[in-house]
Design a protein around this ligand. Structure first.
Ligand code: SF4
Length: 380
């Protein structure tokens, strides 16, 4: 019986003669025209939608693989059956193809890429929300939000949430719904603030400044929030010091259970601070000029600062071109940017791409020249 059912399912998924003809056309074109070199490709639906974007250092081999997919449910077979055309662009190198693939995916959000990315989310980020009373939220992905600012990526969303809870508690920051109306103490044009927090006791027990019940002014709240950001950026240790002095007071009062709880809170905050130190280092260490040999003579130089490609130029082939590149790089590295673990949302994916590229191919570091070698844009 199960064999019959499988047979029926297979038959119902069999390609129509039109689909088979379309696939055969694409196959013939790939065989006839495509060269085996780095590039990106777009699978187009009959109505012109980009349904999938991919890259390969061997485009021809990669694309011919789609036509060998045997099972109808295989990813490659599903994509090729929905496509009516394959468009490709050659790129100078695998690295260039990877960058271009990322840009195309971000621009067009092809449905097969989005579907597959959903399965691959394993990072956590801290998102800073905007609004009158900003707050931190742990999220699984930097998503398509082009406005938020993110700290990350981190492994371990649960530990991150625990540590953030301690930080919120010690600094009195809110952790409620982003769209909850706020009523600041210095807000006159708004309706009278509610007498109690809506379904939340954090204000009553002293864990939140209470921006929802006029417990604080907007300026006071923002100062506290900035303190939290500065702590995460390694500028000071105030939240840990506050807990440490409370722990000492508890110990002196022989409240050992309370002192032990405070010790655990301190440990969670210290571990969070440590993760941020590592992250800052990772972001800062992705600042250099990276020259990549290309297919044929298409060598490229990338000026990368804080995990983002700021310039993509032909690699210099003479000393005057080298000088021009050095000047350009110096201009990019010159403006001071705060050493921070924050990454704007639209840069997160590029940061992840670059860090995974250099983790996968550590020898590529040998092709980089660190930012500190381009201190000033000076003339020769
Ligand atoms: S006290 Fe108000 S602002 Fe603070 S967490 Fe609770 S509901 Fe949010």
């Amino acid at each position: 019986m199960s064999r019959r059912r499988r047979g029926v399912a297979k038959k119902s998924r069999a390609a129509s003669p039109e689909t088979e003809a379309r696939v055969a056309d694409m196959h013939a074109r790939v065989r006839a025209e495509l060269r085996d070199r780095p590039g990106v490709y777009r699978m187009m639906s009959p109505d012109g939608e980009i349904i999938y974007v991919g890259k390969s250092k061997k485009l021809r081999t990669r694309l011919l693989g789609y036509f060998r997919a045997e099972f109808p449910l295989e990813k490659g077979a599903r994509i090729i059956r929905e496509a009516s055309e394959i468009v490709w662009d050659y790129q100078p190198s695998e690295f260039a193809a990877l960058l271009e693939e990322l840009r195309l995916i971000k621009r067009h959000r092809p449905r097969f890429n989005v579907m597959m990315k959903r399965d691959a989310r394993h990072y956590a980020f801290i998102r800073i929300s905007s609004g009158p009373a900003p707050k931190f939220t742990v999220v699984r992905s930097a998503g398509n939000d082009n406005h938020g600012t993110y700290f990350g990526p981190f492994h371990g969303a649960y530990q991150l949430e625990e540590a953030l809870r301690e930080l919120n508690d010690v600094l009195g920051l809110r952790d409620c719904r982003t769209d909850l109306p706020m009523h600041f103490a210095d807000q006159t044009e708004m309706p009278v603030a509610p007498p109690r927090t809506p379904g939340c006791i954090r204000f009553e027990i002293g864990k939140c400044l209470g921006p929802c019940v006029a417990g604080t002014t907007q300026a006071q709240y923002r100062t506290r929030f900035q303190l939290a950001r500065d702590f995460l950026d390694g500028a000071h240790d105030a939240p840990i010091e506050t807990l440490r002095s409370a722990m000492e007071t508890s110990s002196e009062a022989l409240e050992f259970e309370r002192a032990a709880q405070l010790r655990d809170k301190i440990a969670r905050l210290e571990s969070l601070r440590e993760q941020f130190t590592r992250l800052r280092f990772a972001v800062e260490s992705l600042s250099f000029v990276y020259t990549v040999p290309g297919f044929g003579d298409e060598h490229r130089s990338y000026v990368i600062r804080r995990g983002r490609v700021r310039a993509d130029l032909p690699a210099p082939s003479s000393s005057s071109e080298e000088h021009a590149l050095a000047m350009h790089a110096a201009e990019i590295f010159a403006p001071s940017e705060r050493v921070s673990a924050t990454v704007p949302a639209h840069e997160v994916d590029e940061l992840l791409l670059l860090s995974s590229w250099f983790r996968k191919f550590p020898a590529e570091h040998d092709r980089t020249i660190p930012a500190k070698n381009f201190p000033h844009a000076r003339s020769a």
